[in-house]
Write a protein that binds this ligand. Structure first.
Ligand code: BGC
Length: 799
């Protein structure tokens, strides 16, 4: 873990009170702003020093070769890498000819603050130039949720101790030089000069750059304009060259006078539109941003976020750090998806180049569960994007000799780009994850239009995949062999329980969907017999169980493998994938991340409480959590099986992944799945929320430190609020305008309850199941004990 910047606990802000250049790259990810279409890392306005400069556009990528030392049939030959696009956030300042640079002169104070309600990043600096001139700089940056193509910066400078000549140089810069990547294989490949100039334009107040990528054939335009406000005369002029445009604003001010520059930035990109069309699109976006004005952009941003928090806020009493972290996590998940419109959500969102900017199953199984219940309009866009890539997934299935659609393990555009087939190609469960999110979304929203236009086809094509991937044995049991489940320390396994149970949901969900929409089914060529074959296969799927140990096997034969020597493993050997050959990991009982335990969350209806308790204990002892996707799931099952304090520890781990940089790679972008995981740990863990088969149920129970957990959800047009105390819980309902009787049936600890608008229901919380023994983690891999880490002073009531 690298040094952690201190972010004081605050329910709505992430504040950095001092600039620490050692953790600059990490803070750039934490402070990244995005709307799902544009992403700007939290680089300093003046561009230098930087950890990792970054400006991204969703799905704007370059192709690169994917060399294999020993090639094989079906190996993808081209990789896709997110491009660091034209930097529009650059604003340099010169004070009496000296560049404002925090490494020189005297930095009297430096504060940055991410405001989770305003949707802005603010920066306040008091700096004395090497020649002794003191200035105050204040900047506020936003990436607009309401103007999809627009980002804006309000940049203010004032001299503090005497007359000063101020020159602000605001730029657009393409092909910025990037630091060379570290040797960690997970770090993105760095592309040098990926953009080729097509046109540059300067006008008085701003300008425009148009570029295209060399191989992927994508064209992008970035434009800027400025609104200048100064008490004294200013000189403004703009110059442009192939890779940069610079607007210079110069004036002389005295103390008490302030120069204010509003910089409006717009981006557009396309694989098809012409240069004039893109140029005009960016011009139009700038014009409408100018019309809204800075105050209008701020107000729109606030209203958008007010609505989001009203629908989905989570309030935690008793742990201010978790309170801050869960809102921070939700904010980043929202940022990653808000305006993605038919585009994916990558594992790092648009906050950094990690994993080459690729999209994994993290999207459907971690980020979408949050968005489906808090911002369903964003969730459905991801599913529509998957639908738009169906042809590529069908082609991939054909290449693999399969039917239906095999979605890529990692991609930007929709092609498989995983170079390591046992982890990539064989991780077929991603297709079931997409089906699961489709079913979940439709059940939670009742969006029949989406179901008919895209949902049924997604379910049908993925069901076809499973039916062709699996086979019947001579006893009539249906097996899915040779796959990799979520735990990447096992591969090419037979009958992975998670995969089989998710495939089962997929097969049954597809059969149900075609029964509901027979006309759509007919268009897709689904006959009655085909849908029946899905049901039969689903019902004959094998779920391996070890009768001697009384636990499920993660995959067939897993519980007979040799145990990992945890006692003989040094702490520096983790993550094991960087210090041990996969060969060794695959044949032992060692888990990178929750697998069977994840199955017990999303297919919890298929396990009895006793099975859950025993399985949880068994896999706890073998799970390293080398992946950040694990802790939240362990929190959910720890809570369900009565280990509330352990669940609380895991909640802390998931929630603080990026604020504490626990995986030492936040510099490359935030861990979106884990950030989503803080919501999952609270809502599904301590709130006990499940929605198996469209039935909403809660089994809330709090750990000792939390005095109250209050969360809101959207469910079929209702806004539902669940307020959990240590003794009882109250369910509140509103806005169910489309529902007859404005009432909702849900389950509370297994008992049916009808909640009506205007009359909340309060119910007692039964005591937790008695756990026979405490789960034990591998030596040295227990989570940080959060329940003892929180001091009584931290325990306070949050607004
Ligand atoms: C995890 C995968 C995950 C990927 C991207 C890997 O370390 O094992 O489950 O999809 O990271 O976050």
């Amino acid at each position: 873990m690298i040094r952690e910047p201190g972010y004081p606990s605050d329910p709505w802000h992430i504040t950095e009170t001092e600039l620490d250049l050692e953790v600059l790259a990490q803070s750039e990810s934490v402070f990244a702003l995005s709307n799902g279409h544009i992403g700007l890392r939290g680089n300093l306005d003046e561009g230098e020093p930087h950890g990792l400069p970054g400006s991204y556009l969703n799905s704007f990528y370059e192709l690169r070769p994917l060399p294999h030392a020993e090639a094989g049939y079906g190996y993808p030959e081209q990789g896709q890498t997110i491009v660091n696009v034209t930097n529009g956030k650059l604003i340099r300042l010169l004070v009496d000819d000296e560049p404002f640079d925090v490494r020189y002169g005297e930095l009297r104070s430096h504060q940055r603050e991410l405001d989770l309600r305003a949707g802005t990043l603010e920066r306040s600096v008091d700096w004395v130039s090497p020649a002794g001139r003191a200035v105050r700089v204040h900047s506020t940056r936003l990436v607009s949720f309401t103007h999809r193509a627009v980002a804006a910066i309000c940049y203010e400078v004032e001299p503090l101790d005497g007359k000063a000549r101020l020159v602000v140089q605001s730029g657009l810069v393409a092909n910025e030089e990037l630091p060379v990547a570290k040797s960690d294989p997970r770090v993105a490949a760095v592309l040098r000069e990926p953009l080729q100039s097509e046109q540059h334009i300067a006008n008085g107040e701003g300008g425009l750059l148009i570029h295209h990528t060399k191989a992927s054939g994508l064209r992008m335009a970035a434009g800027m304009t400025h609104v200048v406000d100064s008490p004294k005369d200013v000189v403004v002029n703009t110059e442009s060259f192939s890779d940069w445009v610079r607007t210079t604003i110069a004036c002389v001010l005295r103390p008490g006078q302030r120069l204010r520059v509003i910089k409006l930035i717009a981006y557009g990109w396309s694989s098809q539109r012409s240069l004039p069309a893109l140029r005009d699109q960016v011009g139009a976006a700038l014009a409408s941003a100018k019309l809204a004005g800075w105050d209008g952009l701020l107000q729109d941003q606030r209203e958008y976020l007010d609505d989001f928090w009203d629908a989905g806020d989570v309030r935690v009493e008793g742990d201010p750090e978790v309170q801050q972290a869960v809102r921070f996590g939700m904010f980043h998940v929202l940022q990653a998806g808000a305006r993605n419109e038919m585009r994916p959500i990558a594992a790092k969102g648009l906050t950094g180049p990690g994993y080459d900017g690729h999209v994994f199953w993290d999207t459907e199984m971690f980020a979408l569960p949050v968005l489906i219940y808090t911002k369903p309009q964003a969730a459905v866009e991801v599913l529509r994007w998957r639908h738009a890539t169906l042809d590529l997934a069908r082609e991939r299935a054909r290449t693999l000799g399969l039917k239906g659609a095999a979605f890529p393990w990692r991609t930007i555009r929709g092609h498989e780009t995983s170079g390591y087939w046992p982890a990539g190609t064989a991780a077929f469960h991603i297709s079931a994850g997409i089906a699961d999110a489709t079913i979940r979304y439709v059940q939670a929203t009742g969006d029949e239009e989406f179901e008919r236009e895209a949902g049924v086809e997604l379910l049908v094509e993925t069901a076809r995949l499973w039916r062709s991937l699996g086979h019947y044995d001579r006893h009539g049991a249906f097996h899915i062999d040779g796959v990799t489940g979520p735990d990447e320390y096992s591969a090419i396994a037979n009958d992975n329980v998670y995969t089989n149970l998710m495939a089962q949901r997929n097969l049954l969900g597809a059969a149900d969907a075609v029964a509901r929409h027979s006309d759509v089914a007919a268009e897709l060529g689904v006959e009655h017999s085909e849908a029946e074959s899905w049901r039969e296969a689903a019902n004959a799927l094998v779920i391996p169980y070890d009768h001697e140990l009384g636990v499920h096997q993660q995959s067939e034969g897993f519980t007979r493998f040799q145990e990992w020597d945890f006692a003989g493993t040094n702490p520096e050997e983790y993550p094991l994938l960087l210090t041990h050959p996969y060969f060794d990991l695959y044949r032992r009982q060692v888990l990178k991340q929750a697998d069977l335990v994840l199955a017990m969350h999303w297919r919890g209806d298929m396990f009895s409480p006793d099975e859950k308790a025993r399985n949880f204990q068994y896999y706890e002892a073998r799970t390293t959590r080398d992946s950040s996707l694990s802790a939240c799931t362990q929190a959910v099952l720890a809570a369900e099986t009565g280990h509330l304090e352990l669940a609380y520890d895991y909640l802390g781990e998931a929630a603080l992944t990026d604020l504490h940089d626990t995986h030492s790679n936040t510099r490359d972008g935030v861990h979106l799945a884990s950030l989503a995981g803080s919501w999952i740990a609270l809502v599904a863990g301590f709130g006990g929320m499940r929605d198996h088969d469209g039935i909403l149920s809660f089994s809330p129970r709090l750990p000792a430190r939390l005095t109250r957990l209050d969360f809101s959800l959207l469910w079929r047009g209702f806004r539902l609020r669940v307020s959990v105390g240590s003794e009882d819980v109250t369910y509140y309902l509103r806005d169910g305008d489309h529902e007859p009787g404005k009432r909702l049936e849900l389950f509370h600890h297994g008992t049916s309850v009808t909640v009506e608008e205007g009359s909340p229901a309060t119910l007692p919380i039964p005591s937790a199941p008695r756990a026979e023994s405490e789960p034990v983690q591998p030596v040295g891999r227990a989570p940080v004990r959060r329940h003892s880490a929180v001091t009584p002073a931290d325990v306070s009531v949050q607004p």
